[in-house]
Write a protein that binds this ligand. Structure first.
Ligand code: PMP
Length: 400
């Protein structure tokens, strides 16, 4: 009965790894995947995560019963505090509704379906370009997806004027997806002053902010700095949604642990919102997994473990920043034509190199370097040993 099906294409991002795995070359390099790698090119399990897991194993009172539909309640409280700040007025006033979801993706999907069901506007504006999964998540959640200008290829920076014009022209009440920090794929973030202008514009038009926070702590190395744009929107007393992921900042990629927080106007509304979120979640996956949320809760509740986590997080962020500098210097040393300062200016895991699909394809074919066709490279996949190989490839393709 399924013989009529056509073969579906690989996911454009995950497909890069599929192609990489098939390549027998010993010099192959995978810069497609958005996951942290050590200097040795290995995945990293944080020390603090190992400690938390040990604590969980040693606790013989722990059981494996179902979590409630909203997930682990302590995890939800700690997650809201982590993203909104311990002194957040919204938390103090009990007007935040937080549910544990399946990492960032699941939080976006649940938030999207909630809005499609209960919010008067069904259009969500996403940045042009954005993470490839965004349009699919929101379309399937029942929203209509439009884009707003964000990236300026000529400066490899922010098209701030275009952004203000497009959000200014959006119908009142529209939902706007905002990358809280370390914009994927461009690595280009607004400054705090620009965030303030965005906030004012959005509030004056009643646009609904939906923050995607997949990289808290990964951009600057500071959890508080990276959450600042969100906290500015909460401080003004207005509503917003926040999708949080612990994939990158705790290295819990496969645990699928994240949270959706909806900041409401009152505790009464937050209670009703939570009751409706449960109706979205129950028929989707019933309740979320227990293990990842337990690890996060152990780390966030314990002062010492929390501190240790911030150090490990900073070390990951610093290694990425160091890779940016090394790649920039390597291109400079080769005299590679072009302005490559965006490599050190852009923020977070990715550099949007400006290389076009034909150049990417050349680098894959001739140098066995894998990346998404839009020229995005994961700085976390680089090491001091592999920088020269990448610099050689970039030099070759731009001087060809
Ligand atoms: N949003 C953005 C911008 C991302 O880059 C990612 C991960 N690549 C996610 C959300 C979701 O990731 P996860 O579901 O693994 O938390």
């Amino acid at each position: 009965v399924f013989s009529h099906l056509v073969q579906a294409p690989e996911d454009p991002i995950l497909g890069v790894t599929v192609a990489y795995n098939k390549d027998p070359s010993p010099i192959k390099l995978n810069l497609g995947v958005g996951a942290y790698r050590t200097e040795e090119g290995k995945p990293l399990v944080l020390n603090v995560v190992r400690k938390a897991e040990q604590q969980l194993i040693n606790d013989r009172t722990r059981i494996k019963e179902y979590l409630p539909i909203v997930g682990l309640v302590e995890f939800n409280k700690l997650s809201a505090k982590l993203i909104l700040g311990a002194d957040s007025p919204a938390i103090r006033e009990n007007r935040v509704s937080t549910v544990e979801c399946l990492s960032g993706t699941g939080s976006l999907r649940v938030g999207g379906e909630f809005l499609a069901k209960h919010y008067h506007q069904k259009t969500i504006y996403i940045t042009q370009p954005t993470w490839g999964n965004h349009p699919k998540i929101f379309t399937l959640a029942g929203l209509s997806v439009k884009t707003y200008r964000y990236y300026d290829p000529s400066t490899r920076g922010l098209n701030f004027q275009g952004l203000l014009e497009d959000l200014g022209a959006a119908p009142p009440g529209s939902i706007v997806l905002l990358h809280a920090c370390a914009h994927n794929p461009t690595g280009v973030d607004p400054t705090i002053q620009q965030w303030e202008q965005i906030r004012k514009l959005m509030r004056s038009k009643g646009l609904m902010p939906f923050f995607d926070s997949a990289y808290q702590g990964f951009a600057s190395g500071s959890l508080d700095t990276d959450a600042k744009p969100i906290r500015m929107f909460v401080a003004d007393g207005g509503e917003c949604l926040v999708a949080q992921s612990y994939a990158k900042n705790m290295g819990l990629y496969g645990e699928r642990v994240g949270a959706l927080s909806i900041v409401c106007k009152s505790a009464d509304v937050a209670g009703k919102v939570e009751s409706q979120l449960k109706l979205v979640i129950r028929p989707m996956y019933s309740s979320p997994p227990i293990h990842g949320a337990s690890i996060v809760a152990v780390i966030l509740r314990d002062k010492n473990l929390f501190h240790e986590w911030t150090l490990e997080l900073k070390a990951m962020a610093d290694r990425i920043i160091s890779m940016r500098k090394q790649l920039f210097e390597a291109l400079r040393a080769r005299g590679t034509p072009g302005d490559w300062t965006h490599i050190i200016k852009q923020i977070g895991m990715f550099t949007f190199t400006g290389l076009n699909p034909a150049q990417v394809s050349f680098m894959t074919k001739e140098y066995h370097i894998y990346m998404t066709s839009d020229g995005r490279i994961s700085m976390a996949g680089l090491s001091s040993k592999t920088v020269p190989h990448l610099a050689d490839a970039i030099h070759a393709v731009v001087t060809k």
